[in-house]
Design a protein around this ligand. Structure first.
Ligand code: ADP
Length: 251
């Protein structure tokens, strides 16, 4: 339930696609400073819920509040400006552009929003973001690869760069879409350690299929099934819930 520590809350959130209800009456309460995992089988509505939270899709009914503001029908850029950043499952990096330059551009975009500056790219301006970009890269363990073209990074490090781009926006709420999807064991471990580090001072909502990852990182788990919340609560409690074992974990 929503209380003073709730940073993100949805109320009766619904989304239809041509008469099909993909998200149905979802009440979600995310507590500030926690990691909140969304799990559920394919088609449960996790991606649609993320799209609603970030303004990429308008809801059919219901409302969303973030940090005391009604964000229900705000466009994505307004929601981002309020401090909600999303890291995508599919990488959207420029293959030829250096790792550091990606972060510099993200930092520049953020400062433009904060200071109302126009966007342009100049040597002098980019130098201003060089050191802060290195700080962000150090946070995700990529400082040593700053001058490499992003396209040359192995998959796990591309995902870490995506995370760096989200962090450059100084989010209060970080939405992670399957942060370990498609990774081998080593990269999964590295990503878990990375999220454990960067969660400090932030709130994280993540869609994640790997229950070991969920168990390691998540304070709270919400299980979605056919667009509805099946159960929500602390990980230990949720994983033992007979409805969850039957519907998802037992599979
Ligand atoms: P998940 O991320 O949990 O796998 P989704 O949110 O992608 O689930 O999908 C939930 C349901 O909504 C699915 O049945 C899917 O086919 C449907 N759906 C999602 N997006 C669209 C869309 N743009 N148009 C029509 N149906 C959609």
């Amino acid at each position: 339930m929503e209380d003073a520590r709730t940073i993100l809350a949805t109320h009766n959130l619904c989304r239809d696609f041509h008469g099909f209800r993909a998200v149905n009456a979802v009440d979600l309460a995310v507590e500030e400073g926690t990691v909140h995992a969304l799990v559920g089988p394919n088609g449960a509505g996790k991606t649609t819920l993320f799209n609603l939270l970030t303004g990429f899709l308008p809801p059919t009914a219901g409302g969303i509040r973030f940090a005391g503001t009604d964000i229900t029908r705000l466009p994505p850029e307004r929601i981002a400006r309020l401090g909600v950043a999303r890291s995508f499952q599919v990488t959207s990096l420029f293959a030829q552009m250096a790792v550091r330059e990606h972060v510099e551009l993200a930092l520049q975009a953020r400062s433009r929003e904060k200071e109302g500056r126009r966007f342009w790219r100049s040597e002098r301006l980019m130098r201003r973001f060089e050191a802060p970009a290195m700080d962000v890269l150090a946070e995700v363990g990529l400082a040593g690869l700053a001058t490499r073209p992003a396209g040359s990074l192995p998959y796990g490090q591309k995902r870490a760069l995506e995370l760096a781009l989200a962090l450059a926006l100084e989010p209060r709420l970080l939405l992670l879409d399957e942060p370990t999807a498609g990774m081998g064991l080593e990269d999964v471990d590295r990503t878990v350690a990375l999220i454990a580090r960067i969660r400090s001072g932030r709130t994280v909502v993540m869609v994640e299929h790997n229950m070991t990852v969920v168990g390691t990182l998540a304070d709270t788990v919400t299980v979605l099934q056919r667009g509805e919340v099946l159960v929500t609560g602390p990980y230990r409690q949720v994983r033992q819930d007979p409805r969850v074992v039957e519907a998802y974990l037992g599979a």
